[in-house]
Design a protein around this ligand. Structure first.
Ligand SMILES: NC(=O)c1ccc[n+]([C@@H]2O[C@H](COP(=O)([O-])OP(=O)(O)OC[C@H]3O[C@@H](n4cnc5c(N)ncnc54)[C@H](OP(=O)(O)O)[C@@H]3O)[C@@H](O)[C@H]2O)c1
Length: 291
């Protein structure tokens, strides 16, 4: 019979210095019955197959959570080899190694697997069709991982922000201090994800002992544009900076973005009995930490 107690179970978090990885560094204290191995790129590169296999063989990992990724969406158009190695090939390496060494595998993917031509929240069954190279590599990562190991959980998330690293919220805070007005894209819709909420959900999945393999969508609740997001940040911090709506064509970027990427989170909420927080409340929590 499987031992359901969490005592001494080891959780490996790869890419532990990224936004989501650092959210696990915070959660580690709340889940003290687990043994967390929070491993940075410098300690273990997921592209190094021998190192990954050695690590999993040595450490008896209960669950491996892959927070490592190449996330520079615009740079990925140029640094294609690295983006493929980290977001696609290495995900296959981890999935295979987890199968060999009997570890559960939870991988994080993205709303950018969709082309953004939808008009209602994307479900896990909707057709993928990335519009940029980063999205293509993340989709390839999902596919390779599932070929290697069907018994895995893939969580597609979107618009991730946190009090750590670089993200939209931190950029807006800086610009709102520096400038009297800013223009923010108002014709791309999605929903933000507070990294701390996503990390908490992943821990609930692990704690539930109900590891239902498959693809899931997770973001906070809501549908907004980047402009709406910036306006709410300005409101919550009482900024006098004027936020003006602009169009995607007024803010060209090397990589195209889907114009609509709201994720339908029904499946993850039902399967794991989750109450998903609404985006404004989570933003408030993050801003409290940042100010
Ligand atoms: N950020 C978003 O808006 C967003 C949206 C949708 C989905 N996601 C997905 O959510 C997950 C977490 O994203 P995040 O925002 O936490 O990303 P992040 O802050 O960029 O963190 C990714 C981490 O992975 C590390 N890394 C890169 N190459 C590695 C390698 N070969 N081996 C081990 N670690 C490596 C990075 O280190 P260096 O920084 O030193 O390279 C970084 O610490 C990713 O799968 C991402 O694709 C993110």
């Amino acid at each position: 019979m499987e031992d359901d107690s969490s005592d001494n179970k080891t959780i490996l978090v790869t890419g532990a210095n990224g936004q989501l990885g650092r959210a696990f560094q915070v959660l580690e204290k709340q889940y003290s019955s687990y043994n967390f191995l929070l491993i940075s790129k410098e300690e273990l590169s997921i592209t190094d197959e021998n190192a990954v296999n050695d690590f999993l063989k040595k450490n008896q990992i209960h669950v491996c959570i892959n927070c490592a990724a190449y996330t520079a969406v615009d740079k990925a158009e140029i640094e294609q080899e690295t983006a493929i190695a980290v977001n696609a090939t290495a995900v296959g390496i981890l999935a295979r190694s987890c199968k060999i060494y009997h570890s559960k595998f939870i991988h994080i993917s993205t709303d950018y697997v969709f082309d953004g031509k939808g008009i209602k929240p994307y479900t896990e069954n909707d057709l993928t069709n990335p519009v940029n190279f980063y999205g293509q590599t993340k989709l390839n990562g999902e596919q390779i991982a599932l070929q290697e190991n069907e018994e895995i959980i893939i969580i597609r998330t979107a618009w991730v922000y946190s009090s750590f690293g670089n993200n939209f919220v931190k950029t807006m805070l800086r610009l709102m201090k520096e400038r009297e007005s800013i223009g923010v894209v108002s014709d791309q819709y999605g929903c933000p994800t507070y990294a701390a909420d996503l990390a908490e959900v992943i821990m609930k999945i692990i704690e539930s002992n109900n590891f239902v393999a498959g693809i899931y969508h997770y973001s906070n609740k809501g549908k907004i544009s980047w402009y709406d997001f910036a306006k709410e940040i300005a409101t919550q911090i009482n900024s006098k900076c004027v936020v003006n709506p602009i169009t995607t064509s007024q803010f060209p970027t090397p990589a195209a973005r889907p114009s609509y990427s709201v994720l339908d989170t029904t499946k993850i909420a039902h399967t794991f009995n989750l109450d998903i927080p609404e985006w404004k409340g989570s933003l408030q929590k993050c801003l409290t930490l940042l100010q």
